[in-house]
Structures are given as C-alpha cells and as structure tokens.
Ligand binder design. Structure first.
Ligand SMILES: CC(C)(COP(=O)(O)OP(=O)(O)OC[C@H]1O[C@@H](n2cnc3c(N)ncnc32)[C@H](O)[C@@H]1OP(=O)(O)O)[C@@H](O)C(=O)NCCC(=O)NCCS
Length: 183
C-alpha cells in the first residue's frame, strides 16, 4: 500500500472489478476515445488480470485509487479509479490514470501521477516513464507535464487522432519506435 496526502493506493486486484468497471464503463471518462469504453465487466477483469501479472512479474503496476479524505461530494474511502505505471515493451513504464468525473479538478490525478513516477524511479530508474495522450485530451497532457514529463513524440494515428508521448528523459530510437507503435 502506498499513501499520499489524500490517496490510498493499493495494487489493483480481482476484487476491484465492479468498482473499477464503473469508471471504465462511464462514457464521460472516454470522451476523447469513445471506442475504448468498457461495455462488459469481462474487459475490466482482463485489464486487471494483466496488471496483476505486472505486479507478480515486475513488482510494480497499476493501483486502485481510494480517496482517504472527502473530495467534493464523494466520501472518504471511495474507490475513484485506477492509475500508476505499468511495465511495457520496449522497456518502459507506461504512466496512466482514469478517475471518476465526480473527483476531477481537485488535483488528484497529479497527486497520483507524482506517486507513480516516484515509485517507478525507486523501483527501476533505468526504465523510462512514458505517458501517451491524445491532443484532444489536454487534462491528461497537463497531468503528465505537471509531474515532469516532456513531449518526446507526436504523430497522427490511423484514425486521424493525434497522439503525444511525454517522457521523463530522452528516449532512444528503439523505444521511440515502440512507443509510437503502441498507438
Ligand atoms: C485526465 C484525468 C485523470 C485528470 O484528472 P484530475 O484529477 O481532474 O486532474 P488534476 O486535477 O490533477 O489536473 C488536471 C489538469 O488538467 C487541466 N485541465 C483540465 N481540463 C483542461 C482542459 N480542457 N484544457 C486544458 N487543461 C485542462 C487542469 O487545469 C489541471 O492542470 P493544472 O494542475 O496545471 O491546472 C481525468 O480527467 C480523467 O480521468 N479523464 C478520463 C480518462 C483519461 O482521459 N485518462 C487519460 C488517458 S491518456
């Protein structure tokens, strides 16, 4: 368990499927990529399985995010989403976050992302931290910038959307190519 001022962060686990699915099924969390929305809990279970494997094999992956204090109208103790760093090939930590709209705008994603970058650096500082976001998602890009990531790559995807990658350091060509291929 990792804690920050307002968050309790625990390795995402099978028992979290229902609460995490509520966030991943909410169209408001996918306005920038509606096709990514989870329409069945099995999709969320599969994502959590993948993260659980990351915890087993690499010792670090996504957290379930629980607020330790009330935020807006949301009481302390509520699971509000997931986030953190996941190991990805080519060798890097993928920084991600998805929170319930009820808690947006309070700096929680920035707090979460800061803890995630710190955890990545403590766990394996040789592996760069990389966040990918669409240019239509300025909030996501702002969070990555706030925790020290800088743009290293920008490109148009086959669907016409423009994806930006931000990293905590310069990336070598192989990693840049691999990150671009992730979409
Ligand atoms: C992205 C997300 C995690 C941000 O969560 P949050 O807790 O509201 O984020 P924070 O409050 O820590 O910070 C948001 C930042 O975005 C900025 N922001 C918010 N909306 C913005 C907009 N439309 N344009 C520009 N900046 C915006 C805020 O001002 C803030 O930046 P600042 O701290 O420099 O002022 C949340 O919106 C979310 O879950 N979205 C849906 C899922 C998603 O898009 N995940 C990322 C996929 S790449």
């Amino acid at each position: 368990m990792t804690t920050t001022d307002r968050l309790a962060l625990a390795p995402v686990a099978a028992g979290d499927v229902d609460t995490v699915h509520a966030v991943f099924a909410d169209p408001a969390t996918w306005t920038h990529l509606p096709s990514g929305r989870h329409t069945h809990p099995d999709q969320t279970a599969q994502m959590i399985d993948h993260a659980a494997a990351g915890w087993r094999v690499h010792g670090l992956d996504s957290w379930t995010v629980r607020i330790a204090v009330p935020v807006g109208d949301v009481p302390a103790g509520t699971v509000v989403g997931i986030g953190g760093v996941s190991p990805r090939d080519p060798f890097h930590w993928n920084l991600g976050y998805r929170l319930s709209p009820a808690v947006w705008g309070h700096g929680l994603a920035t707090e979460l992302a800061g803890a995630a970058v710190q955890a990545a650096h403590e766990h394996d500082a040789d592996r760069p931290v990389v966040a990918r976001a669409l240019t239509t998602n300025p909030a996501s890009i702002a969070v990555a910038r706030r925790v020290g990531l800088r743009e290293v790559l920008r490109g148009e995807r086959p669907d016409g959307l423009v994806r930006v990658a931000l990293a905590d350091r310069e990336l070598d060509e192989a990693t840049l190519t691999g990150v671009a291929a992730l979409g």
